[in-house]
Design a protein around this ligand. Structure first.
Ligand code: ATP
Length: 305
């Protein structure tokens, strides 16, 4: 059983409109999913066969819709129900273009934040692995993830967020963070132009406090630095991609599953990459094909450098 935390979930609404352009009117069918990075992670964990409890904040009719969607695929709804309507995020996929409108999320008031913290304090101990993903809605303090990591400091807390939430969160000494290259550059405040600069930057961030660091590099695989400061280069096969959005979340799910099943670091990294790649090969965000994952697993190379 894995606990996932999504403080700022969303109904992800996707339109596929081949000839999309601004200043025009289009008619199109929306496909809707229960979104937010932590719910993508939860969905992929379920596909891998893991039991999942999901918490965070849900509110209004959108919150009810998400609740019924996740329950229908066996994710246990442990969300705190608030009076702040859960947001929607819109993606319009054109021919080779992707336009996104992301709502920030309505303000959540202090009494609900206190309720969530109470839930977390009373429940974290039932889990060995906890995945915390994405941003937080307005009203939630910037150091919320630092607080959660400190409460659960004897657990394997995987923190996948960005900006101020990541900068503060790493102070709580999470088990793993998984920035992509842009997020790593954002944390360092400088560009990383060569592989050796990337490696130096990764080591610098690792020393700020996380126990393990996975830097995901899209089609170029990943770099992993473990607790002993051993460094691994993870290379992945070339594939035809459809929609790489959510590949990071699928990677987190694969990693968390491997950890929770006590797989070796090498197997865990292979599974994480295979899930990320499989997601990129499919249309839907936060989705994998198990047969493809099995095939890809054997094609991922993990090399100590
Ligand atoms: P997102 O924020 O969309 O969830 P991310 O930026 O956090 O993604 P990426 O580094 O893009 O994460 O992708 C995570 C993993 O997914 C990569 O390490 C890789 O294994 C796989 N992946 C992503 N994009 C591609 C691609 N174009 N081709 C093959 N594999 C990919």
């Amino acid at each position: 059983m894995i606990l996932t935390i999504t403080l700022n979930p969303a109904i992800d609404i996707r339109y596929e409109i081949d000839n999309f352009e601004i200043n025009s009117i289009f008619r199109g069918k929306a496909s809707k999913t229960a979104g937010g990075k932590g719910l993508n992670v939860s969905r992929v964990l379920r596909l891998l066969g893991e039991n999942v409890e999901a918490s965070g904040f849900l509110g209004g009719n959108s919150g009810d819709w998400i609740s019924s969607k996740i329950e229908s695929i066996g994710i246990k709804d442990k969300f705190i129900k608030t009076d702040a309507e859960t947001r929607s995020c819109i993606a319009i996929l054109g021919k080779g273009t992707q336009t996104e409108i992301l709502e920030p999320g309505e303000k959540v008031s202090t009494n609900y934040i206190d309720k969530f913290l109470e839930f977390f304090k009373n429940n974290f101990d039932r889990f060995e692995t906890i995945c915390i993903s994405g941003s937080a809605p307005q009203g939630v303090q910037d150091d919320i993830y630092k607080v959660l990591c400190e409460i659960a400091n004897n657990k394997k807390v995987i923190l996948d967020t960005s900006g101020k939430f990541l900068l503060k969160g790493i102070e709580g000494n999470p088990y793993l963070i998984k920035p992509n290259k842009e997020e790593l550059e954002g944390m360092l405040g400088r560009e990383l132009l060569t592989f050796s600069e990337l490696l130096e930057g990764a080591k610098e961030i690792k020393n700020r406090g996380c126990k393990n660091l996975l830097v995901s590099l899209g089609k170029d695989g990943a770099i992993f630095i473990d607790e002993k400061n051993d460094i691994y280069r993870v290379s992945i096969p070339k594939v035809n991609i459809k929609n790489p959005v959510g590949s990071g979340d699928s990677t987190i799910a694969g990693f968390a599953y491997g950890l929770n099943e006590n797989k070796s670091p090498e197997e865990t990294l292979k599974l994480a990459m295979a899930c990320g790649i499989s997601n990129a090969m499919m249309d839907e965000t936060g989705n994998i094909d198990l047969d493809v994952v099995k095939e890809l697993f054997n094609k991922v190379k993990v090399e100590k450098i």
